[in-house]
Each structure stands twice: as structure tokens, then as C-alpha cells.
Design a protein around this ligand. Structure first.
Ligand SMILES: Nc1ncnc2c1ncn2[C@@H]1O[C@H](COP(=O)(O)OP(=O)(O)OP(=O)(O)O)[C@@H](O)[C@H]1O
Length: 754
């Protein structure tokens, strides 16, 4: 591009940045005012909350007043945070106001319009759009179209237009660092630039270089079930986050970040992606791991984690057992549904509710309540009714108990401080007479004593889901050994991962507990790690959510690969979805051409993967005769490495052993599933913790034939390790190399000393 043209663009940047800076000044003033107002309202509120209640009428008025005050506080706080957000967006824009420009000429329009696209919109005083938000309908041209005829969505329908020019910018500190015109969707030059950089501690947004097929995923607003099957490094997670930012913009009046839940593989990953949405001016969605989600719902039990499962299945080298497959299958969840539909009340596992070892409400009594309800009523409604009846009965019992002598005794023994504690918000003057006051105190005492029973009823503890599940298992063709196994674990307050989703699903179907109707979008990353039973339970828990599943079937760890089409069919049937869509991403961006080629070469369908043409070093395989020789080489490589190294092992056992031989020789951190962030240092971790992450320089530890003997089961593991590397990859083998690598026809260098 001519220097004159670049100068013209820089002049425009300067002019826009100037206007943004002026806006920052006025917004800053608004922000100060808003802050002051919040302070005033808050002071006023705290003065008002210390009112004394003398007269009943006064009390009613005061509480209405308080509610009004509280509403006011919420409003001013919200206003302050909105202005603060604007300020943040403006500051980001002042640094880099936009990254794209499109020149378009609509049909029947003699003028060519120049539109600039950035991370958020900016309008001048006269409401001219100086920058368009990347999510605005018109901005889709930037991501979708090549030069020539194209179209965009307007409120009155599709508008045809002619895309005359597409220009890309890289602007930092208000200065154009790079600018060029392109005919491609988003030019490779810009991508080369971004991808050639070193790994950041946190994931970056990809807003300026989103590719066409990624854009289709981001802007999908129609599907109830969207499945994204993308090869390693194809930008699945990046796209997912951009999609969330898009949805928040597209439905800004009806969708809040809190109504979106993302299931992520581990805490490290959760932290790794936590900057992307804020960098796009949006709040983060809720994030949870499957283990956290279910543990919360199975309080008191130690739930086997997916890591425990990986660890045991990787060290005993066997495929997911048959039983594990059965319990995770569609047919098994169907069997649970059928069992719950046809259950007789005599088969329901009611529990006694006890207090201090004594039965308070017997299961016989509870069953009686349940049985009296209309036959045709759904079991979920029956449980709710039973719960309500029990609470009513408990309240009656409390009212009767206040007259009992033990209560009098307790009142007599109260210190004046305890007495006033029990009065809570009440003033003595509020009681009609002494009896009224005594009854109030007595009720508080009895209530406190029976709180545990109340909680137990409220939490549905009058039903035992584990016994019920055992009963279900006995109706299925499950071996009695397995039933004993489940019971034994329960005795030690443990439950295996395979049983978690079926147990919770069964509980929820029968009792109606555990559904959250507020969540509107559900995202599940690394979908290949979930069974149909788990997905069914998650979907059941969020009945109003649109489901987005993102993953890579080839990265299945320690199990066989399932085709995404199969998954889509199974889920369509399981969820009875009307509008489902499967989108594939085949281009891999993370790794160099050479590394991706090696990854491709070990897969059966590797040809489907398209390597991005960013050249780098050829991967290296180091073969040593024994552990100590391999260890020496590893230490030398790390010592001579220019960048931090990530050593990735098959499992935690290996990682720990290797770490114990390394930690006093080099700076190195052993990562565990409790860790929330990556240190700026060499790290060592098992593959399941490296899921979704990427590193400049990866060393795969011991890819020998011995260690990777089960080709079918461990292919995904090795593929995942290899594809974590962005720039440099070394594979170390103790003895003969695994067949998985041996069969590869890709380029690599071998350093062999036996
Ligand atoms: N359009 C894009 N522009 C710039 N960078 C991109 C783009 N798409 C992907 N990347 C980069 O490629 C790398 C891989 O992306 P991401 O982690 O989202 O892939 P993934 O498909 O989730 O990977 P995996 O399944 O292997 O964990 C990241 O560094 C990301 O920034």
C-alpha cells in the first residue's frame, strides 16, 4: 500500500482516537458523578435501616421504604458499573480503535460506504458510526465475504451489496503497525503474524482474524443443538468464547452472562480462558467442571473424578470396561426413564427422618402421605406434595411443642444476650402481652432444635437415591458383583464416575429436584470426554438451555473414538431436538505445519486435517536405551531450551516419578488438578491436565512401544500430547518407539543411541 494511503489511514486513526479521548473525558465525569451518587444513596440507606419499630403502621411503612431504598441502591450501583464498563471499552478503543475496514456499495446506491470494524462500536456526537462493533450484522461481511457480490442482514431483510475493498489493520498505542488489503476472508498474512507469536499465559481473543467457518458457528442463532467437531488447534475454544460474546450482544435485552454455563475440562483451563470475554467487553459466563457440578449435588459423597478414572484406566492399560460403556449409554438412560415412569410406590426407597438417633417421621408415615395422592399424579408432583405436607406437619408439631416443659426449662436458662438473640428483629413493645412474647421465644427454641429435620425435608432426604439406584440395577441385567461393588463404595462414602449421572438422573426424574430453568445456553467443551448418560443428565438439569457441544473425537483419552455424526444422531434421538446442526472445523492453526503433519500422520483419517502453512522446526524423536540415558537427554534439552518447556506424560504417576528425578536439577513445576494457573516456568503434567492448553515447546515423555502398547486406546492420548505444541516438539522414547509413531510417514529427525 502506498505511503500516502497509509498516512491517510493514520490520520483517520488520529482523528477517531481524538474523539474517543474526548468521550473518555466526559464519561469520566459521568463516572465520578455516578460514584458519588452511589455513595450518597448507600449512606442514606444505612441511616434508614437503623430505624426503630415503634408502631405497627410505622413498621409497614418502613419496610416498604426500605424496599424502595434497596431498589435505588441496586439501580445506582448498576448505573455506575455500566458507565465503568463504557469507560473500559473506550480506553481499549483509544489504544486500538479498529482492525478492519470494508468498502461496500449497496444495490441502487451511487455511493460507496467505508465502514470500520472494531471490538465495540463508537459513534460521534452526530450519531455517525466511526467504528462498528464486530458483532453488528453488517460486520459479518468482513468475515464472510470475498470481494464482489455479497449480502448482509438488515432489520427489513437481506440487503445485497458489492464488497469493493477489504482492509486489515493492526493498531497498537493508536499507531498503525501493519495494514494491507486482502481479497481473502481474513488474510493469511495477518494470521501468520498472530500465530507466529509466542504462547501467552492466557488465551487471546481472535476477533480480528475470525475465519469464515468459525464465523458460521459464532453467529448461529437458530440451532437448539449445535455440535462442533474440530481438529486439534482448529480454534474450537476460541470460537466458543467469541460465540458467547456474540450471543450476549445479539440478545442483549434478554440474555445475561449468568444465564450461560460452560462445562470446562479442569480448573487450569477455566483460568486460561478467563480473559477472553472481558477483553471483548463482556462479563464471563459461569464455568464449572463436571466433577464440581456433580459433587455439589451429591454432598457427603466422594465422587470419583475424571482424573481418577484416567489415572486408573491409563495404568492398567485396559479400554473403558464394558460396564462403563453400558452405564454411559443411551439405552441405559432410556431404561432409567422407563423404570421411573412405571415405578410403584411400594418400590420407592423412602427414608426415615431421624433426629438425634430417634425416628421423627417414619418412612411408613411418609409413604402413607405419598400413597394418598392421586394415582395419576406424576411422581415429581407427588414428591413435592409430600414435601409440603411434611413441612406443614412439622410446623404443627412446632406449635404443639412450645407448651412442653423442656421448652420452659430452656427459656429459664437463657442468658439475656441469648434471649435478645432469639428476639431477632422483634422489639418487646411489638408483643401484645407476656404470653405472646414467651411463645415467640419458645417457637424460636423449638425451631432451632428441629432445624435439622426441616433441612432434611427441604433437601428431600426422605428419599434414598442410592438404594433406589440399586433397586434399578437389580432390575437390569447388571452383575450382582457390580451391585455389591456399588454398595461397598457407598459404605465408604464413595461413588464411581460411571454411576454418578445415572443416579442423579434417576433421582431427578423421580423427585423433580435439581433442575435449573434459568439457564439459556449450555456449552460443553471437550465433549468427547462425556458419555451420553452424562450429557443427558446435564441437559435434563438445564431444560431451557440451548446446547452447544464442542470437541474433537480424535482426542478421546483412554477410550475408543466415536464419530461426531454418531453422536449427533444419538443426541437428536435422546433430546428430541428440532433444529440441530453439526459443523466441522478441519483447519488447524495452533501448531506449525511440521507438527500438524506429524499429528495428521498418526490418525486414520488424518488427511481431513488441513495444516496451516506456518513453517517451523521438524519434530525430533530421541530414542535412548534406558531411563537414565533418556533422563540425561531430557535435562540437557530443557537446559538448552530458549523458551519454557512443557513435559507431558501419559498419566500423573509418570509425571510424579519424572518430577522426583528432575526437580533438584532444573526449575520445574509439577501441575496437579488442584492448580488454577500456569507458572511462567517449565512445567510437567499428565495429558489430561494439558487438555485445551498450548505451549511453545512440548516434550512428550516416553512414547515407547512399551508405554503405548495399546494402539487403539492410546492413539488419542498421543495425538493430544503432540497437538499441544505450537512451535517445537520433541518425543522421547525409552527403547523401541510406539507403533503409533513408527507407522507415521511424516518428516521427523531421529536421534538414536542404544
Ligand atoms: N481465527 C483465528 N485467528 C487467530 N488465531 C486463531 C484462530 N483460530 C484459532 N486460533 C489460535 O489457534 C490456537 C488454538 O485455538 P483453540 O485452543 O481455540 O483450538 P481448539 O480447537 O480448542 O484446540 P484443542 O482442541 O486442540 O484444544 C490458539 O492459539 C488460537 O488463538
Amino acid at each position: 500500500m502506498s505511503p500516502k494511503e497509509v498516512k491517510l489511514e493514520q490520520d483517520r486513526v488520529d482523528s477517531v482516537v481524538n474523539k474517543i479521548k474526548q468521550k473518555i473525558i466526559t464519561t469520566n465525569e459521568e463516572y465520578k458523578k455516578a460514584k458519588q451518587e452511589t455513595k450518597n444513596v448507600q449512606t442514606n440507606y444505612s441511616n434508614n435501616t437503623s430505624v426503630n419499630y415503634f408502631e405497627v403502621d410505622d413498621r409497614i411503612e418502613t419496610s416498604a421504604d426500605l424496599q424502595q431504598q434497596r431498589g435505588l441502591v441496586n439501580r445506582v450501583v448498576e448505573n455506575e458499573s455500566i458507565i465503568n464498563n463504557q469507560l473500559k471499552k473506550l480506553k481499549d478503543l483509544a489504544n486500538s480503535p479498529y482492525f478492519g475496514r470494508i468498502d461496500i456499495q449497496d444495490d441502487d446506491d451511487p455511493d460507496i460506504e467505508k465502514l470500520y470494524i472494531g471490538t465495540s462500536s463508537f459513534v460521534d456526537k452526530d450519531q455517525n458510526f466511526l467504528v462498528y462493533d464486530w458483532r453488528a450484522p453488517i460486520s459479518s461481511i468482513y468475515y464472510n465475504g470475498t470481494l464482489g457480490e455479497t449480502s448482509y442482514q438488515t432489520p427489513v431483510g437481506i440487503q445485497k451489496t458489492d464488497l469493493k475493498k477489504k482492509r486489515q489493520f493492526s493498531i497498537k498505542d493508536s499507531k498503525i503497525k501493519n495494514v494491507f488489503d486482502t481479497n481473502e476472508t481474513v488474510g493469511d498474512e495477518m494470521l501468520q503474524n498472530v500465530l507466529g507469536q509466542h504462547n501467552d499465559e492466557k488465551m487471546q481473543n481472535i476477533v480480528s482474524t475470525i475465519q469464515k467457518e468459525q464465523n458460521d458457528i459464532i453467529r448461529d442463532t437458530k440451532s437448539d443443538l449445535l455440535i462442533v467437531q474440530g481438529v486439534a488447534g482448529s480454534g474450537k475454544t476460541s470460537t466458543l468464547l467469541q460465540r458467547i460474546a456474540f450471543l450476549l450482544y445479539h440478545s442483549r435485552d434478554s440474555l445475561d452472562a449468568d444465564q450461560i454455563v460452560l462445562f470446562s475440562p479442569n480448573k487450569l483451563f477455566a483460568r486460561y480462558i478467563s480473559d477472553v470475554l472481558p477483553s471483548l467487553g463482556e462479563r464471563n459466563m459461569q464455568q464449572v467442571t463436571f466433577s464440581e457440578f456433580v459433587s455439589h449435588r451429591l454432598e457427603g459423597l466422594k465422587v470419583e473424578t475424571i482424573f481418577d478414572k484416567y489415572e486408573s484406566s491409563s495404568s492398567n492399560n485396559k479400554l473403558d470396561s464394558n460396564l462403563s460403556e453400558i452405564k454411559g449409554s443411551y439405552n441405559f438412560t432410556k431404561a432409567i426413564e422407563k423404570y421411573c415412569e412405571n415405578i410403584k410406590s411400594s418400590d420407592i426407597a423412602f427414608n426415615n427422618l431421624t433426629l438425634d438417633g430417634e425416628v421423627y417421621f417414619s418412612k411408613k408415615h411418609i409413604k402413607n402421605i405419598y400413597d394418598k395422592l392421586p394415582k395419576l399424579m406424576k411422581s415429581q408432583d407427588k414428591f413435592l406434595n409430600t414435601k409440603n405436607t411434611l413441612i406443614k406437619e412439622l410446623k404443627n408439631l412446632i406449635n404443639e411443642s412450645i407448651k412442653e416443659p423442656w421448652v420452659d426449662k430452656e427459656i429459664d436458662n437463657l442468658s439475656s444476650e441469648q434471649y435478645h438473640d432469639l428476639l431477632k428483629d422483634y422489639q418487646i413493645s411489638m408483643f401484645q402481652d407476656e404470653i405472646d412474647e414467651r411463645n415467640h421465644i419458645a417457637k424460636s427454641i423449638v425451631r432451632k432444635k428441629l432445624q435439622k429435620i426441616y433441612d432434611a425435608i427441604f433437601n428431600g432426604n426422605f428419599f434414598d437415591p442410592y438404594i433406589q439406584y440399586l433397586n434399578f440395577l437389580s432390575t437390569e441385567n447388571i452383575y450382582s458383583d457390580e451391585i455389591d461393588n456399588f454398595s461397598n463404595k457407598l459404605e465408604f462414602h464413595k461413588i464411581s464416575l460411571d454411576d454418578v449421572a445415572p443416579t442423579l438422573y434417576l433421582r431427578s426424574l423421580l423427585t423433580g429436584d435439581g433442575q435449573n430453568h434459568k439457564i439459556k445456553y449450555l456449552f460443553i467443551d471437550e465433549m468427547q470426554d462425556y458419555s451420553i448418560a452424562q450429557l443427558t443428565y446435564i441437559k435434563h438439569s438445564f431444560p431451557n438451555a440451548k446446547l452447544n457441544l464442542i470437541g474433537d473425537s480424535e482426542q478421546a483419552l483412554f477410550k475408543k473414538v466415536e464419530k461426531p455424526e454418531e453422536l449427533l444422531n444419538n443426541l437428536n434421538v435422546a433430546f428430541k431436538t428440532k433444529r440441530s446442526r453439526l459443523i466441522k472445523l478441519n483447519r488447524s492453526y495452533r501448531s506449525t505445519y511440521e507438527i500438524t503433519n506429524l499429528a495428521k500422520s498418526i490418525l486414520l483419517n488424518g488427511n481431513e486435517i488441513e495444516a496451516f502453512n506456518r513453517r517451523g522446526e521438524i519434530p525430533k524423536i530421541i530414542i535412548r536405551k534406558n531411563y537414565n540415558l533418556a533422563l540425561n537427554d531430557l535435562i540437557n534439552r530443557i537446559k538448552n531450551a530458549e523458551k519454557n518447556v512443557a513435559i507431558i506424560t501419559k498419566n500423573m504417576k509418570e509425571a510424579k516419578e519424572l518430577y522426583s528425578n528432575l526437580y533438584n536439577k532444573i526449575d520445574l513445576t509439577l501441575m496437579s488438578d488442584k492448580d488454577r494457573s500456569l507458572p511462567d516456568q517449565n512445567v510437567i503434567m499428565p495429558v489430561y491436565l494439558a487438555k485445551g492448553l498450548e505451549f511453545d515447546n512440548v516434550i512428550a515423555w516416553n512414547i515407547s512401544k512399551n508405554n503405548y502398547s495399546n494402539d487403539k486406546k492410546l492413539l488419542g492420548t498421543l495425538y493430544t500430547i503432540i497437538t499441544r505444541a505450537m512451535h517445537t516438539l520433541t518425543l522421547i522414547s525409552i527403547g523401541e518407539v510406539s507403533n503409533i509413531i513408527k507407522k507415521s510417514k511424516a518428516d521427523f529427525t531421529i536421534d538414536y543411541k542404544m
